[in-house]
Design a protein around this ligand. Structure first.
Ligand code: GCB
Length: 654
């Protein structure tokens, strides 16, 4: 009873935005049409980058107002052509395509037609047939608008979609940036300007995730919030469903197990579903059956004077709990040790564009490595990636794009207000993913600055009010004694690069400095610590012994020295280690980057460096020691397919 009341209280604390942002899924009442593929494209190269608005490029076909090129969606536009000025273009770029809308969507007045953009970096304005339908600020989260009434105005017209996207960063965007104009004509050409950024990845831009049209009935399931718990063998799924488009509706909620059997049901829009003999959601390698998902089918019936509507939406639900103590991170009340990676959405040609082959390859590599977790450094990743994490049991620290907050002017009210909005959008989008176990509100902000305390206190309290079920952190690199935001986090996440950015070449400092880092942070805050970044650049194929910086041997040596300290401290309060980085990734050009950041243990093309094998051996060992695997799986095997295979018992350990 107490548990149920707690769940109710928790759910009431969730402060939703005006409307939900459920992932678009097909169902018997919902259709979906992807608009991915080739779009028409033009960069606005006018001096003020504003010609497109001045001449209203959205009013007619883009090809009628100037030259256009083919541009794939989803993809960053930067690496698609041979034109260096497009690679580094800053300002508005214009995308356009026509969509064929099924006639039933138009004739049926009881159907809503929604246009959804998975993400576009950074500011976007969207028109349909020359009418503005939405604007959005922020590069990594979805936005959508209902366009049914607009396309019904003239059913003979095709549906022409124009999207203008601007990658200009300001002190108030997330991440922040500044534009610097160079007026010295003895050094720079007329009109020369650069964008300064304070983060270490290329500011890829364009339409990065799917654009699609989907339908719902006029009365529809707008949002679902699920909070889970369990008591002995009984799972508790507290849910709340919000409905739009109907004053009154009847509801049928059915929770089904993996085999499609109903395990609990209800006729209420909110309540608690009790699941007898619950199968909990467990992380990969912590349990022999990780990533168990139920399906919560919501069937809504409503009507008005003209028609009746039925809407069906199925949400995957994993039942698990998360708790933090002074020294541990508990999933389902069992200690969980993060042995994982930091990633980027980044690859050749596509930049930050969504790409299924890349995503599936990355998951295969994560599992091969024996990693059980990753951090979405340094921005929210595609929803499809989180769905993969839910299904495979990969644990996620979900980070917002608060990276590179280094200028004191980025701690002002406008910045904070935007940061709070972004957290609202992020929590609204990702709150139901069992894989997401912690929110990260920022990476390496200048947390020693005076306004940082108020900024982070507000941000972290706000995030906890949005979602009291998950711990909140931000990632720090600064001195423990000066960090003003640390008192408010639940878990201390520290990045450090000993013998790289400090004492380069001196591997012998790592044990001393890393040990001091942990002791200082724990001594001051008594909170569990994750080493949220560590690593060294290694140019694949570069070798030297004794090890020298930038060689694979040096990367190995750094990893091994860190690991020795982790092994001592994980017996006390260190609860995880995330390598920087999973793969090499592109950055802005600069004297410390050789065609990008090379701290990957895989190359950008996803081939292993020597460090990948060190990590693989370690992670399988950690899985054997810290997971709850049955004895016959306690070998460093390559994939969970083998883990489930009884034949495995006869295989030799590798
Ligand atoms: C960091 C940053 C990350 C960088 C990394 C590095 O601390 O969080 O974005 O890429 O260091 O390699 O310098």
């Amino acid at each position: 009873m107490f548990r149920v009341l707690w769940l109710v209280a928790v759910l009431d604390a969730v402060v939703p935005l005006d409307a939900g942002m459920l992932f678009p899924r097909e169902s018997s009442s919902r259709e979906l049409k992807e608009l991915n593929g080739l779009w028409q494209f033009r960069a606005d190269r006018s001096a003020n980058r504003n010609q497109g608005f001045e001449r209203a490029w959205y009013k007619s076909r883009l090809a009628e107002t100037g030259p256009v090129i083919d541009m794939p969606v989803p993809a960053s536009f930067n690496d698609i052509t041979q034109d260096p000025s497009l690679r580094d273009f800053i300002g508005w770029v214009w995308y356009e395509r026509e969509a064929v809308v099924p006639s039933r969507w138009i004739t049926d007045q009881g159907t809503r037609v929604v246009l959804r953009v998975g993400s576009a970096h950074y500011n976007s304005v969207v028109w349909v047939n020359g009418q503005k339908v939405m604007e959005h600020t922020g590069g990594h989260l979805p936005f959508e608008a209902e366009i049914g009434s607009l396309i019904r105005k003239d059913p003979t017209m095709t549906c022409r979609i124009t999207i203008a996207v601007n990658n200009t960063l300001t002190l108030e965007t997330l991440p922040p940036g500044t534009i610097q104009h160079m007026s010295d004509r003895s050094k720079y050409p007329d009109g020369f300007f650069v964008q300064n950024i304070y983060f270490d990845f290329f500011n890829y831009a364009g339409i990065h995730r799917s654009v699609l049209l989907y339908t719902t009935p006029k009365a529809y399931v707008d949002d679902i919030t699920v909070v889970t718990d369990f008591l002995d063998n009984t799972g508790l799924v507290r849910y709340n469903i919000s409905v739009q488009g109907a004053a009154a509706a009847t509801m049928k909620v059915t929770l089904m197990d993996k085999d499609g059997h109903c395990v609990a049901s209800s006729n209420e829009a909110s309540g608690v579903l009790k699941v007898v003999d619950v199968k909990l959601w467990w992380p990969y390698l912590m349990h022999e059956n990780p990533g168990y998902l139920y399906s919560m089918e919501v069937r809504l019936m409503a009507g008005d004077e003209r028609a009746t509507y039925e809407d069906v939406y199925a949400l995957p639900v994993g039942i698990r709990t998360v708790k933090v103590t002074n020294t541990q991170f508990l999933i389902n009340n069992e200690p969980f040790y993060f042995h994982g990676v930091n990633k980027h959405e980044d690859s050749d040609i596509r930049g930050k564009g969504f790409d299924w082959p890349l995503i599936v390859k990355d998951f295969n590599l994560i599992k091969w490595l024996g990693a059980n977790s990753f951090r979405t450094s340094h921005y929210p990743y595609a929803e499809e990636i989180l769905q993969m994490c839910d299904r495979h049991g990969i644990v996620v620290i979900d980070e917002c794009p608060g990276v590179g907050i280094k200028d004191i002017r980025s701690f002002g009210n406008a910045s904070l207000a935007h940061h709070l909005d972004v957290m609202d959008e992020l929590v609204r989008r990702d709150k139901n993913h069992p894989s997401v176990v912690m929110w990260s509100v920022a990476n390496e902000p200048a947390a020693e600055m005076k306004p940082a305390e108020f900024y982070f206190m507000t941000l972290i309290k706000h995030t906890k009010a949005l979602d009291p079920t998950r711990p909140v952190t931000y990632i720090t690199d600064s001195n423990y004694a000066r960090d003003k935001g640390a008192p408010y986090v639940d878990v201390v996440c520290v990045n450090s690069y000993f013998s790289w950015y400090h004492d380069p070449g001196h591997l012998e400092v790592i044990p001393i400095q890393l040990n001091a880092q942990f002791e200082n942070w724990y001594g001051k805050y008594q909170k569990p610590i994750i080493q949220s970044e560590y690593g060294a650049d290694a140019v694949s194929g570069l070798h030297s012994d004794p090890p020298m910086m930038f060689t694979e041997e040096y990367q190995n040596a750094v990893l091994q020295s860190y690991h020795d300290v982790f092994d001592q401290k994980r017996k006390q309060y260190v609860i995880g280690e995330l390598i920087w980085n999973f793969a090499d990734f592109m950055t802005a050009q600069g004297i410390t980057r050789v065609v990008g950041n090379k701290k990957g243990i895989f190359t950008r093309q996803r081939q292993p460096k020597a460090g990948a094998f060190i990590l693989k051996k370690r992670y399988w060992r950690l899985a054997n020691e810290t997971g709850r695997l049955p004895p016959w799986t306690k070998y460093p095997v390559h994939s969970d397919m083998l883990l489930r295979c009884p034949e495995r018992q006869r295989l030799d350990p590798m």
